[in-house]
Ligand binder design. Structure first.
Ligand code: AMP
Ligand code: TRP
Length: 330
């Protein structure tokens, strides 16, 4: 039997999962799950690199698990688990820390963005080391493909660099993974500030559509979304707000942006917003309903995560052992 290549990806259990996470990541994971051996992780060790309320974190972990399943990930085809329950992630991170360089971590734009307000001085060492843990996540399973949104491109490049450097210094050990970034929906921008990425950690709920938002809130948020000057419905660099709405429409409906532009020729922003809201509601409704059902039975979600962790631990063993041996630790 031909063995399937491995896919690995993850989402942090912080804030509210939003439509950007859905079209940039989740939806694509679901679409490709039949063709690969899949590892989908709830990256709780990444989440704690910025302060989290432990009670909220516990709840968010289950919420992400419920949303993974409700989106259509099949536990028969995907290993769904929590990062902190597989100690190999932290261990391999430490091993890779000795090949990662201070300079390359200093150049990571996500670190620079996240510390732009408070300053790097008070950032946690974990936040600085975040991309090395992310590299460990994927290399631990010798995964070939990593389906993510556009914002992860630089982290994926670093991951490849670390894999190659380790292989070069100590002998072939890791698969050098590749990023898989979707053609539409890879970078959904904030509804109220289209120059900023839609973000889970935004303090402004009007900036994102959460996967668990009810239909009325979705209508309201999209109705209030910022628009550009002019009236033309077209994607162009001087129309960032409308371009974002068109891209989201395209990612949720599967229609091309040019097809959508043609459909709205001679019509106004109001029409676009009204219909986009319905497209988003229709796409998210089954996910929301199923996720809420699953959240009614937290013990079942915990059982599923425990069984995922057992499978992940087993799958992680060979890469961890060979890295230890290569380094002279075994
Ligand atoms: P995070 O929200 O940082 O845990 O990201 C989880 C996944 O969602 C990653 O694959 C991200 O690249 C993707 N993602 C996050 N925000 C967006 C966004 N605004 N648009 C598209 N994809 C996103
Ligand atoms: N850093 C990713 C994000 O914020 C989440 C993540 C952690 C991840 N480990 C990963 C994504 C491994 C892909 C593969 O979006």
């Amino acid at each position: 039997m031909e063995t399937k290549q491995r896919v690995f990806s993850g989402i942090q259990p912080s804030g509210n999962l939003h439509v950007g996470n859905y079209v940039g990541a989740l939806k694509n994971w679901v679409a490709m799950q039949d063709d690969y051996e899949n590892y989908f992780c709830i990256v709780d060790l990444h989440a704690i690199t910025v302060p989290q309320d432990p009670k909220v974190l516990r709840q968010k972990i289950r919420e992400v698990a419920a949303i993974y399943l409700a989106s259509g990930l099949d536990p028969e085809k995907c290993v769904i688990f929590r990062q902190s329950k597989v100690s190999g992630h932290a261990e391999l991170c430490w091993l890779l820390n000795s090949v990662a360089r201070f300079g390359e971590l200093s150049r990571m734009t996500q670190f620079k963005d996240k510390t732009s307000k408070g300053g790097a001085e008070s950032a946690s060492a974990g936040l600085f080391d975040y991309p090395v843990l992310q590299a460990a996540d994927v290399l631990l399973y010798n995964a070939h493909l990593v389906p993510v949104g556009e914002d992860q491109r630089q982290h994926l490049e670093l991951m490849r660099t670390l894999a190659r450097r380790f292989n070069h210094l100590y002998g072939e050990t890791f698969v050098v993974p590749e990023a898989l970034i979707p053609p539409t929906g890879a970078r959904v921008m904030s509804l109220d500030a289209p120059e900023e990425k839609m973000s889970k950690s935004s303090p402004r709920p009007g900036s994102y559509v959460a996967i668990l938002d009810d239909p009325d809130s979705i209508r309201k948020k999209i109705r209030r979304a910022k628009t550009d000057s002019g009236t033309e419905i077209e994607a162009s660099p001087d129309k960032p707000a409308i371009t974002n709405l068109l891209d989201l429409y395209s990612a949720m409906s599967g229609e091309t942006v040019s097809g959508i532009e043609a459909h709205y020729e001679g019509r106004g922003y109001g029409d676009l917003k009204k219909e986009l809201a319905e497209v988003v509601i229709e796409g998210l409704a089954p996910v929301r309903e199923r996720a809420l059902e699953l959240l009614d039975d937290p013990a079942e979600l915990d059982r599923l995560l425990d069984s995922g962790a057992r499978r992940a631990r087993e799958a992680a063993q060979p890469a961890l052992e060979s890295a230890r041996t290569r380094l002279g630790l075994d």
